[in-house]
Design a protein around this ligand. Sequence first.
Ligand code: AMP
Length: 216
Amino acid sequence: MRLVLVGPPGAGKGTQALFLASHFSIPHISTGDIMRANIKAGTPLGLEVKAYMERGELVPDSVTNEMVRDRLNEPDTASGFLLDGFPRNVGQAEVLRAILSEKKTPLHAVLELSIKTSEIVARLSGRRICRNCGRAWHVDFETTQVAGICDACQGELYQRDDDKEEVITRRLEVFEEQTAPIISFYRTEGLLISISASGSVADITERAISALSRIR
Ligand code: AMP
């Protein structure tokens, strides 16, 4: 199963990606996670992308496309993959199509998590991420038993720098201007499946699995 997950920041892509990747036994490839890991490790790539991420801007395509090309050459992608956070503009979508066409392994589907902008700000500003397993929680809507500690693995929760309100607004603008056009791109390609991303995490996962099982 070769999948792309698309949706605005706060639609729950990362959360759903963890469940879907495990359900379909495919690697979860999050460009944002790879970039954050590089920042944490202080690599040259991390230094290059840090300022863009802090401002809520897209990292230049030259950096991102090469990162994805390398990742898709790893042997674990032979079983498929779930891309989360890539592509984020039409240029990246075209590069992905070219990479996959070279390998003769086209996408099976692009799953759009659709959600109203009014819900997004509340979701992102209360979001807390586990430093250890990457699971997302929410201070009001998806609380943990002990504040600040992940229920799944007891890791410490933190707030992403770009989940602060001033950066959220910019990320939403960037989504509308640059990422939303890929939805029409994939609709034209006949790959788009849209589901509502409102409701509980479990409901959305069920909706996603049921929509995706129809394409197999
Ligand atoms: P995410 O974790 O997917 O929300 O991504 C966080 C940030 O990483 C974005 O706001 C961008 O700064 C950067 N980023 C992640 N994926 C991409 C991409 N495909 N193209 C450009 N920038 C990206």
